[in-house]
Design a protein around this ligand. Structure first.
Ligand code: NAP
Length: 509
C-alpha cells in the first residue's frame, strides 16, 4: 500500500531526506521544487516503509488505506504527478538497482548528504536570531547541528513560533502540529528564546550585533499589502491578516472590531489566506470548538449573520493564487461552496487567438480547473456558503461610516501588468464586511538596507548586502529574504542556505 502526501503538506522536504528509495518529489534540488504547491509520493516506487511518515512534521503523509475523510482525491493527485515522468536511462536504472533493494526505482536519489561542518573543532560560535517563526526555528535547527554553535532568539511577543501559531488557520490542526517540531528544537540546551524582547524597543540591532558573532534577521513580513482604492477607511473594511490574527489570539489584534451582523462578506484576493478566512466565516461554530480558535472570536462567530462569503480573484481560475491542496481540501471538506460556471470559461484577449485556452495550462492549473468545474456542477448550497468569483477587481468600497457595498470591475485577459485588462463592465455587490487578502508585506528594518518595491532586505544567498557591499555579520531568512510566498516548510531550505553562508563566513576564524 503506497503512502500519499495529503493537504497539510508543508513542503519542508523532511520526507525526501527520510525516504530510502527516493520516491518523493520534487526534491529541493529539482527545478520545480521552487514552484511546487505540494510534494508527491510515487506509488510505483514507494516501498511502504513509513520513514516519511515519521519525518513529516505536520502528519501530512498517510498510507493510502488510512486516508482521512475528504483526502481521498490525493491518491490520484500523487499518482498523476508521476504519470508523465520520463523513464531513466538504462545505465541509471542499472546502477540504482545495484544500490537499492527495490526492483523498479525510477529516479536517482537526489537528497544530498549533510555537508561536513565548516567550523573547526574547538571554535565556538554564538548566533542571534531575530524572530521565532518558522524560518527562525529552521535556521536554529540547522545551526544547532554544529556542536560549536549556540543560539539566542529574540521574540517581541509573549509566545514563540510566529505564523505557525498566529497565521495558520485554527482548524488546520495538522499544519499547526509543526509547533511540536519547533518545541523539540527549542528544548536544545544551546538555544535560548528571549520572549517580550523587541528590537528597537528593548534592545537595538547594534547591541544585538555586538553580542553575537552573527545575526540572522528572521522577522518575516509583518504587515499586509495595502489596496489603494476609495473606501478602505470605512468601518467593516479590514485586512485578512488582522482578521487571522484576531481569530488566532494574536495580542496585536485582540481588540479588532469584528461586526458580523451582515448577510454578505467579501474577501478581496484568492490566495490561501483568503480561503482560510472564508472557511472560518462559514464553518459551523460548533465545529470550531475542537480547534485552537480564540474563545473570544468563537463567541463573535456564534452570533454571525453572514450567509455568503464571496472570494474575489482579479484574474481567471488558471491564475488563482490558492494552491491545489487547499482547493481540494476545501472542495472535499463538506464546506458549502459554489462557483459560477461562466467564470470558468476561458476568457480570450480580443486581439489574440487563444491565450487562456485550456491547452496552455500547466498540470496544476489543469487539476485546479477540474476541481472548480466539479464544484460548479454541484447544486448551489442553500445555507451559509463560500462563492468563488473570478475576473473581478475591486474599484471602490462605499457606505456611510461603514461599508455597505463593493464595486467590482470585470476583467479579461489583456496587456495590463498582471495580464488582465478591464472590460468596462462593473457591478455593485452589497456587503457589510470586506477583508482584503492581497498578501503580506515586509517592513524596513532600521539599520538595514531595504528594497521597498519587494518589501525585502537585499541579500546574496542570505548575506545582507547594501548595494554591492556586504553588511558584515548580518543575514536574513524567510519572508524578509524572499518575500511572502511559499509554505511553512519552504523555510527549511531557505534557512539552510542562509546558515551555510553564515558558517562559511565564520569558518575561517
Ligand atoms: P497570495 O498567495 O500572494 O495571494 C494574494 C492574492 O491577492 C492574489 O489572488 C492576488 O492576485 C491578489 N491581489 C494582490 N493585489 C491585488 C489587488 N491590488 N487587487 C486585487 N487583488 C489583488 O497571498 P496570501 O494569500 O496572503 O498568502 C501568502 C503566502 O502564504 C502564500 O505563499 C500562501 O500559499 C501561504 N499560505 C499558505 C497556507 C496554506 O498552505 N494552508 C495558508 C495561508 C497562507 P494576483 O494573483 O492576480 O496577483
Amino acid at each position: 500500500m503506497p503512502h500519499v502526501v495529503t493537504q497539510a503538506c508543508c513542503g519542508d522536504a523532511s520526507c525526501v531526506f527520510a525516504c530510502p528509495v527516493n520516491c518523493i518529489h520534487p526534491t529541493p534540488d529539482e527545478p520545480d521544487f521552487a514552484t511546487a504547491e505540494m510534494l508527491y509520493v510515487d506509488p510505483s516506487t514507494c516501498v511502504d516503509c513509513g520513514a516519511c511518515v515519521s519525518a513529516c512534521p505536520v502528519g501530512a503523509i498517510v498510507p493510502d488505506h488510512r486516508l482521512p475523510a475528504g483526502q481521498e482525491r490525493f491518491v490520484d493527485l500523487n499518482a498523476r504527478h508521476y504519470a508523465a515522468a520520463e523513464a531513466p536511462s538504462t545505465s541509471d536504472a542499472a546502477s540504482m538497482a545495484a544500490r537499492f533493494p527495490v526492483d523498479h526505482v525510477l529516479r536517482l536519489p537526489l537528497a544530498p548528504a549533510a555537508p561536513p561542518s565548516a567550523l573547526r573543532a574547538g571554535t565556538s560560535v554564538d548566533v542571534g536570531i531575530v524572530g521565532s517563526g518558522p524560518s527562525a526555528m529552521y535556521a536554529a535547527d540547522e545551526l544547532l547541528r554544529h556542536p560549536q554553535v549556540s543560539v539566542t532568539i529574540y521574540e517581541r511577543l509573549d509566545r514563540p513560533f510566529g505564523l505557525a501559531r498566529f497565521g495558520v488557520a485554527p482548524d488546520h490542526l495538522s499544519t499547526r502540529s509543526v509547533m511540536r517540531l519547533f518545541d523539540e528544537i527549542a528544548r536544545d540546551a544551546r538555544l535560548r528564546i528571549l520572549l517580550n524582547t523587541e528590537i528597537g524597543r528593548d534592545i537595538t540591532l547594534d547591541e544585538v550585533r555586538r553580542r553575537h558573532d552573527a545575526v540572522i534577521w528572521a522577522g518575516g513580513a509583518p504587515t499586509d499589502r495595502p489596496i489603494e482604492i476609495p473606501g478602505t477607511g470605512l468601518g467593516g473594511v479590514a485586512s485578512a491578516t488582522s482578521f487571522v490574527g484576531w481569530y488566532n489570539d494574536h495580542p496585536d489584534f485582540a481588540d479588532l472590531d469584528v461586526d458580523l451582523s451582515t448577510d454578505r462578506a467579501v474577501v478581496i484576493g484568492n490566495g490561501n489566506v483568503a480561503l482560510d478566512v472564508a472557511r472560518i466565516l462559514v464553518t459551523d461554530p460548533g465545529e470550531l470548538v475542537a480547534t485552537t480558535i480564540a474563545p473570544r472570536a468563537l463567541e463573535v462567530l456564534r452570533r454571525s449573520e453572514i450567509e455568503e462569503v464571496v472570494v474575489v480573484g482579479r484574474r481567471g481560475p488558471a491564475d488563482a493564487a490558492f494552491t491545489l491542496p487547499e482547493l481540494v481540501g476545501l472542495a472535499d471538506s463538506g464546506v458549502p461552496i459554489t462557483v459560477d460556471e461562466a467564470d470558468l470559461a476561458p476568457v480570450l484577449h480580443p486581439d489574440s487567438e487563444s491565450p487562456g485556452a485550456p491547452g496552455v495550462l500547466d498540470d496544476t492549473s489543469r487539476a485546479k480547473n477540474a476541481v472548480l468545474q466539479e464544484i460548479a456542477a454541484r447544486r448551489t448550497p442553500s445555507g451559509r456558503r463560500i462563492r468563488l468569483a473570478f475576473w473581478e477587481s475591486p474599484a471602490e468600497f462605499t457606505g456611510t461610516g461603514r461599508v455597505s457595498s463593493v464595486t467590482l470591475r470585470r476583467n479579461r485577459i489583456g496587456d495590463g501588468p498582471t495580464g488582465i485588462e478591464e472590460t468596462g463592465q462593473h457591478r455593485d455587490l452589497p456587503a457589510g464586511l470586506v477583508l482584503t487578502a492581497v498578501g503580506y508585506r515586509g517592513v524596513a528594518v532600521p539599520g538595514l538596507p531595504f528594497d521597498a518595491a519587494t518589501g525585502t532586505v537585499p541579500h546574496r544567498t542570505g548575506r545582507v548586502v547594501d548595494g554591492d557591499a556586504p553588511v558584515r555579520g548580518v543575514y536574513v531568512t524567510g519572508w524578509i529574504k524572499r518575500g511572502p510566498s511559499g509554505f511553512i516548510g519552504t523555510n527549511k531550505s531557505d534557512s539552510a542556505e542562509t546558515v551555510a553562508a553564515l558558517l562559511e563566513d565564520l569558518s575561517g576564524r
